[in-house]
Each structure stands twice: as structure tokens, then as C-alpha cells.
Design a protein around this ligand. Sequence first.
Ligand code: SF4
Ligand code: SF4
Length: 434
Amino acid sequence: MKKWDLFRSHEVELSKEMILDELRTYPYPQLILGLTENCNLRCKYCIFSGNYEEMRTHTFKRMEKKTALKSVQKYIDYIEEWKEYAPDKQPVISFYGGEPLLRFDLIQEVIAYVQQKGFRTMFSMTTNGTLLTDSIIEYLVAHNVMISVSLDGSKEMHDKNRVFANDRGSFEVVYGNIRKLLAEIKRQGKEQLLPTMILSCYENETDMVALNDFFVQEKHIMKVMGGRLSKILDAELGDSGGGNDSMVVLLDQYLQEITAENGENRTSEMFFKERLFGTSLKVSHNRNINPYARNYSSLLGNACIPGSRMFVAVDGTFHMCEKISYQFPIGNCEDGLDINAISEIVEKWSSKFTEQCKECPYQSICGLCYASCAVGDNFDVKGICTTRKTDIERQLSILYGVLERNPDAMRDFSAHKDSIDRKYESFRFVMDKC
Ligand code: SF4
Ligand code: SF4
């Protein structure tokens, strides 16, 4: 590695043609339709609650049918055109909001349009789960829509933040609807829709042992349905530090379990802890230490090429992601993607990133992206760097602590075929370069 100078920062210019090439060959392009800016809940940590300076707030704006269908048609055209560059593309059309089920009418229009065009795509939806009536559930399952529902744990935990406008908690409704959804998936024999996702948020002060106990007790929901855990990162709701004592207790349990020598260290009761700790350990373990993996890594870090996801706002403007402010448009439903705008964003980002991160040994694992650093119409990488470094050091320290105690502890993770294939691909690429 020294001989070939593999850790040298590899600076290239990311030209418009290269950007286009990346988009053409990207395997998982996603169209996300923001059907409405309204929601029937008023979750206290919601990014649209008004507590987040850069983000929009709830409004009554709705997407018109022609905007939705034009966006879908643009997406279909891109996929058809780009298939020549990557025939195994896996298109996904997602319904997002606010609460997308406030626009069930438009969801049906979009699905009917896509079917009439004979376009093969996966559908997905992120919902708060309160509006899932029997007939809506039947329709969504029948049309193979992968549904992600938010559930923050027990009634007490969930109702603390996930409330209706009158401050009434939504747990009873959501929990009941998740059970109905599971029953309908089973009734229609659509087990391929599992794992439908449970999205669960926790705060610094959340009792993580109790949260773990809830999901273990409810494993027919969480385990069958899959799931994702996110920490609420916002000063309004407590700082984004390292969690509380219950997190330490749970981590300790997890580390003892995965470093046990009896070979049965990964039990079915561990799925929550695997998601909470295992996922990030896996990312650290499988991090790509090869700076040539993407020949523009040193320009963008792990950030995507804007346009690989297309989030369509209610007015038809394309944005690079549903989590970023509206300050970085990348096109619209009339004209499609604007490569000049994308190129400008990439340039803005890379100038910050190369200036700050070029020599950083954590570059390949840092995972900073546009949304986490957007300030106004520019990016501030510096503001978030110290926290990232502390988190990464802690993560690597835990990972190598685990491996010292049990070198096989990450075997299941590192044996993941795709990741191994990718590593060999990168390796071959390096060898070619050399
Ligand atoms: S359900 Fe989602 S969009 Fe609605 S208030 Fe809660 S977090 Fe916000
Ligand atoms: S840790 Fe800081 S310097 Fe290193 S890549 Fe992340 S933001 Fe850049």
C-alpha cells in the first residue's frame, strides 16, 4: 500500500459528464413524491415542526395530479434511457409527505398511471400509520407497496412525542393498524412485502433497556417487519451526546453477547440491539479503506451524487433528498434534472469537503452528507466535525475492543457477499490503476 501510495488523497475534477455517468450507472435510483406538506400529527421532533431553522413547516400545500404524473413520466424516461448503461437498475417510487395517506387519491392515480405504462417498479411509503383503514391497507398490500410505519416504543414512549394536533397520543391507533397490516399481508399471501419497516426514534433520555424490552416483547412486529432506529438529533430536545446509563447497560450486554465463545452469541432476542449497535459496527467494520473505491471519494466523501434520489416537492421542484432544505434544487418536473445545478452543488460541497477533510483519516467512515451540513444555501462541514470525530473514535474503539475479545465476532457481517464482492471490485480497480 505504501508502494502504490494508496492512502494518497486522489483528487479529480468531477465534470458534468462524470456526474451524468454516475447517475446513469447508479443501480438504485429513487423517485420520492412529496404529496402534501400537511400532516394530521404534530410530532414534537418533526423536522417540519418549525424547530428546525432550515426546514419548511407544515402547510396546506398539496401536489397536483399533473405535477405527480409529469414527475413520474420524467423518472420513467430516465430509467428507460439509463438502462442501457446499467440494465439491472432497480427503480423505486416512494410516497412521502407530510403524511402521504392524506393524498390516498393521488397515490392511486400514480399507481394506476405506472401500471398503464407497463413500467416495472417497486413502490414504498413512509407513513405515521394513523390513516391506515382496512380498505387502504387492502389496496396497498394488493399493489405491493412496501410500507414503513413509525412507532417509538411503548404507549408511554410513543405518546411522549408522536401526538395529534390536540396533543392526544397516537400509539393505540398506530399499534392497532400495524397489527391489521400484518394480518392483511398474511391473508393476501404477500410475505415478500416483509420486512415492512418499523421506524423508531429515540432521544438521549429514552430508557433504552425499556425500549429494547418493548420490542423484544413485541418481536412479532419489529422482528417480522424489520426496522430502523434513529436518534433524534436536535438541541431543542436535548443535546446529541452519547446517550444515558441505560444505553451503556444495553451496549455492555450486547458486547458480552457478541464476544461470547459458545458460538451462539447471536440469538433471535438480539435483533433490537443488532439494529442499535450492530449496524454501525458493521458499517465501521466494512468501511472502505481504499481511497480509489470511487475515484471522486476525496471530493465528496460518502455523500451521494445529487440526482440519484429525486425528491419532488409539491410544486414539482426536484431536490436531492427529502431531508434537505429547499435551498438546493436540482431540476423540476417540466425540464427534468438540471446538471448545471447539480454540478454547482457538487462544487460547493467538494470545496468545503476537500478543504476540511482532505487529510482526515476518518474520511471513508465519516458519512457526512449534504443534509447534515446544509446551512442557508451553502454547507458547513466544520460545525459538525468535532462531534463526528468523537463518535467515530468511540465506534472504532468499540469495534476493535470486540475483535480483540473475539476475532470472529464480526464474521457474519464481514462475510456478507455483496460487501466482499465490492471490496474485490475495488481491489481489482486499484490493481488496474497500478
Ligand atoms: S407524522 Fe411525520 S410528518 Fe407528521 S408530524 Fe410526525 S414526524 Fe412530522
Ligand atoms: S471527521 Fe471531520 S475532517 Fe474528517 S471527514 Fe469527517 S468532517 Fe471531515
